[in-house]
Design a protein around this ligand. Structure first.
Ligand SMILES: *Cc1c(COP(=O)(O)O)cnc(C)c1O
Length: 400
């Protein structure tokens, strides 16, 4: 039996030194008023270079990034936003707060992700945005989705919270849609504890993102403390502070190595599993590359999934984890089913829309199927070929 993979430390003396230098600077606010560069300025530059994109606005979380991206689109209340049913709730709740109506698109049975076809099936004259998610860091098949949405003039937000380090047809995930939303929370490849950022090529949207995440204070065009700015929109305080920005600078250079290690394990496991009957491992659309935030695969049916999961966890002794799918189905959450979004039983967006939405009767058969048949694992960067081999052998023996 191979032993627990040693996990390379995420934080080291260099991290401590960086944090120390922030504290010594005696300044934790993201903007300096003496004309010198802040850690935030440097972190933004680092993310822009990494993604090869014009504009990045930092935020305080992935949820804040999605909210900020959505808010920058300035969509009228009561309009619809297409969302995936299998994602973090942070991919859903911002729509509610923006007084928009989330409409769930079904997914592909093998990837668990929305497709151009499933999005098309739920588009209406009220659809004003589409949010797609790169599941497990595996790129969603964007080209057909972008073609569909461009034709209809609908902006696409890429939820790239799991996909920093992933590429779609050679380009970084999160840079192909209208806006890309990233998370830097504790579990993500690059972490600042909590944090996030929005990436875009559109100057006007970037400014709106920047303002929204800073209580709509225009500190871009008026670099003083903003005292003379009269806010003309509402925003929230989604600012990333200097400690977090410095952590981002410390962590980002470690991303490539981390992804390479996980990719070596992930590609090997994918290869071993693909040969097994009824097993469909996550797979990248052509010329694309997963960040392997998670490793997911689906089995032929629920009973097989349960058997494989049991076998995987038997005596695993913490050497790896395995769980049922990634997240629950959002359209089955009680808060969604009951539309209990705000106190008092009134959902303003629905009232404004003049329509009635019923989440109890929506049918998303592929999402249900994927949810009932998939397994989710973390491929630690310390995994050796023995770990991968043993995982594949266990799946194989559970199937026979
Ligand atoms: C992590 C995550 C989020 C939310 O990010 P937070 O920083 O936790 O708010 C949103 N969407 C996806 C797909 C995520 O993985």
């Amino acid at each position: 039996m191979t032993s627990t993979p040693p996990l390379p430390a995420r934080f080291d003396q260099k991290t401590l030194d960086v944090i120390g230098s922030v504290l010594s600077s005696n300044h934790l606010f993201y903007r300096r008023f003496d004309g010198t560069k802040s850690f935030a300025d440097e972190a933004i530059e680092a993310f822009r270079n990494h993604l090869d994109i014009d504009y990045v606005a930092t935020t305080s979380s992935g949820t804040a990034s999605i909210h900020t991206a959505l808010a920058s689109l300035e969509i009228d209340a009561g309009m619809e936003v297409v969302v995936p049913p299998i994602t973090d709730v942070g991919g859903l709740m911002p729509a509610i707060f923006q007084n928009l109506i989330p409409v769930f698109a079904d997914v592909d049975r093998d990837s668990g992700m929305v497709t151009a076809e499933t999005i098309q099936a739920v588009l209406t004259e009220h659809t004003k945005a589409v949010i797609v998610m790169h599941h497990s860091g595996t790129p969603v098949d964007l080209d057909p989705i972008l073609a569909l949405c461009n034709e209809k003039n609908i902006p696409v937000i890429e939820d790239a919270a799991q996909a920093l380090g992933a590429t779609y047809k050679g380009k970084p995930c999160g840079t192909l849609g209208t806006l890309g939303a990233f998370s830097l929370n504790h579990w993500k490849h690059v972490t600042t504890g909590e944090g996030g950022f929005v990436a875009t090529r559109d100057r006007a949207l970037f400014e709106k993102c920047h303002h929204f995440a800073d209580k709509y204070w225009d500190r871009l065009n008026s670099p003083d403390s903003g005292k003379n700015v009269k806010n003309h929109r509402i925003g929230l305080n989604y600012r990333l502070n200097e400690l977090e920005s410095a952590l981002a600078l410390d962590q980002l250079p470690r991303l490539a190595d981390l992804v390479a290690r996980r990719k070596a394990a992930g590609d090997a496991l994918r290869y071993l599993l693909a040969g097994l009957p009824g097993v469909v491992p996550q797979s990248d659309p052509g010329d694309s590359s997963s960040s392997y935030f998670l490793f997911t695969f689906r089995l032929a049916d629920n009973a097989t999934r349960e058997a494989v999961l049991e076998r995987l966890l038997l005596d695993a002794s913490g050497r790896w984890d395995a769980s049922r799918g990634y997240q629950n189905l959002l359209h089955r959450y009680p808060v969604v089913q009951q539309k209990a979004f705000f106190p008092g039983g009134v959902w303003p967006a629905e009232v404004v829309s003049g329509r009635k939405y019923d989440y109890n009767n929506i049918q998303l058969p592929n999402a249900e199927f994927y949810h009932d048949t998939s397994i989710c694992m973390t491929l630690h960067q310390g995994f050796t070929h023995e770990h991968v081999k043993e995982i594949a052998d266990r799946v194989k023996s559970a199937l026979s």
